[in-house]
Design a protein around this ligand. Structure first.
Ligand SMILES: C[S@@+](CC[C@H](N)C(=O)[O-])C[C@H]1O[C@@H](n2cnc3c(N)ncnc32)[C@H](O)[C@@H]1O
Length: 347
């Protein structure tokens, strides 16, 4: 990452304009500006205002902002999506990033304004911005079904790429039963079961999530080899009878004590020679980045759990070996976000 100097005025300004950049994007996504311009390229300001049901002055501000941050271009008095806006923020593209923008706007934005308070108190004080009484974001989402849906739409978006990578990379031919802890909407589970015909996958997740996922699996005709189990992995032992366990984007959310406890539970649940797979973000060894991982840590502290951390590779290897795993290796996921697939074998 570039180190800022006293000459980098533009970059310094960007540090605090970032909040406004995000709101130009998020508000345009909420109003569906990019889909409108995808379907009707070259609208004038007045026509955009009419499509978005805005008055002229606010439409002008939104168009100005989206133009300023590179999401729109203008020919004469007509507006067009740039290729970036078209590819990532128009509903006309099936694999768009709209769910990620909605997650950041509806779930993370207001809580993250309390980051300093979270740092001082070392708690997820930002969770107070979401109604309910459960102690972490995942359980509180169960009290807010519309937000739970936004969260899982974002997770599924992220998981599709990961699932394709796992299906192409992992050799699960020798496994018969995989337990996917915190497996959410079963995107990894269904993709892996689709790739390996002899594999049965059980998704363990909180009861509300397991219920919704189970209904969806039934609709998709996948409920034969992919099943769900509602529960709390912290309050019970992990179920036995599996020859592989997957923790995908799950362990970093929690405290060191809980992660080491879960790795020990996984070791108790697995027979010798069984596999453990972990998908997670890792911070750089010098603990100076990258930015994507730093943002995750701030989110875990302020909102998600109040206790999580993306760890370094040496922390992971130490904890896995301590829990009874060997042949620990890692490889980066595509996307350059410092996310890794970690593999280990039960001794
Ligand atoms: C960040 S999401 C990851 C989802 C999925 N593994 C993926 O990679 O897309 C974390 C998941 O853990 C689930 N979860 C949270 N607390 C849990 C608990 N105590 N026991 C089981 N699952 C839990 C959440 O409901 C959510 O589906």
């Amino acid at each position: 990452m570039k180190q800022l100097t006293d000459q980098d005025e533009t970059e310094i300004l960007d540090l605090f304009l970032g909040m406004y950049y995000f709101q130009f994007l998020a508000s345009a996504v909420e109003l569906d500006l990019f889909t409108v311009l995808s379907r009707s390229p070259g609208l004038t300001r007045e026509e955009v205002a009419e499509h978005l049901k805005l008055e002229i002055q606010p439409a002008r501000i939104l168009l100005l902002g989206c133009g300023a941050i590179g999401l729109l271009r203008k020919e004469g008095d007509r507006y067009f999506n740039t290729s970036g806006a078209e590819r990532f923020f128009s509903r006309a593209q099936p694999a768009n990033m709209i769910p990620a923008v909605r997650m950041a706007n509806h779930i993370q934005f207001r809580p993250m304004a309390r980051f300093a308070e979270a740092l001082r108190s070392n708690t997820n004080v930002g969770l107070q911005e979401i109604s309910g009484s459960a102690p972490n974001l995942y359980m509180r989402l169960a009290e807010n079904p519309p937000l739970e849906q936004i969260f899982h739409e974002m997770m599924s978006l992220v998981s599709f790429g990961t699932a394709a990578f796992l299906a192409a990379t992992l050799d699960l031919s020798r496994h018969r039963r995989l337990l996917d802890v915190g497996g959410g909407e079963a995107v990894n589970a269904t993709t892996l079961a689709g790739r390996w015909p002899d594999l049965n996958v059980t998704v363990l997740d909180l009861p509300t999530v397991a219920e919704t996922t189970s209904a969806r699996l039934m609709e998709q005709g996948m409920s034969g080899r992919v099943t769900t189990l509602g529960g709390d992995c912290f309050s019970e032992e992990l179920p036995g009878g599996f020859d592989a366990i997957l923790f995908s984007r799950f362990l970093s959310i929690w405290s060191e004590e809980k992660v080491r406890g879960l790795l020990a539970k996984a070791a108790r649940a697995l027979p010798p020679g069984a596999s453990l797979y972990v998908v997670d973000a890792l911070q750089d060894d010098d603990e100076m980045g990258p930015p994507f991982v730093a943002h995750l840590c701030a989110y875990f502290l302020t909102l998600a759990s109040g206790e999580g951390m993306a760890r370094t590779w040496s922390e992971w290897t130490g904890w896995l070996e301590e829990a009874g795993f060997t042949s620990v290796s890692r490889q980066p996921l595509p996307g350059g976000m410092s996310e890794f697939l970690i593999e280990a074998v039960r001794k």
